[in-house]
Design a protein around this ligand. Sequence first.
Ligand code: SF4
Ligand code: SF4
Length: 151
Amino acid sequence: MVKISNCLECNQCCNFEPYVGKVFTEQKLAKYFSFNSRLCKTFFNKIEDKYIFGRYCKQYNAGKCDLYHGDLFPFACAIYPFIIASKPKGGYKLVIDRNCPHWRVVVDNTDQLFDVVKKYAINDAIDTFPEKDLIRMGYKIITIQDDIHIT
Ligand code: SF4
Ligand code: SF4
């Protein structure tokens, strides 16, 4: 898999600095950060039943992602700064996060995006996040497409 954009590698979206050292069960990571089980295992080291926030995602080494271009590269990372948000009344929408300094460059790049969606859908590996949680967590989202199908 490849990342949708030519990422600037500013490392912002791999950096968990505000939470470094904090420890959460998978249930709490789901509740507070909307991370599914697959993302918890990918991003964090685990001790017994708790995941620990490092400064960076655990796949981030020497300034690069170890999973980049590999089959295990998470969907959420492959499409970021796009995000698939679940809507309060059901269904999904495509949003973009203006926290990424590259968002203006990729905002019109939805053709490539939907190719990536199809590839991950085959493996049932699509990550989605409730829209209200994205706003609560500080994502500066704007809607790109209000009704999308991801299966
Ligand atoms: S925030 Fe945007 S530009 Fe920076 S590493 Fe993430 S995707 Fe790349
Ligand atoms: S899996 Fe790679 S791109 Fe995704 S947060 Fe971790 S280091 Fe960053």
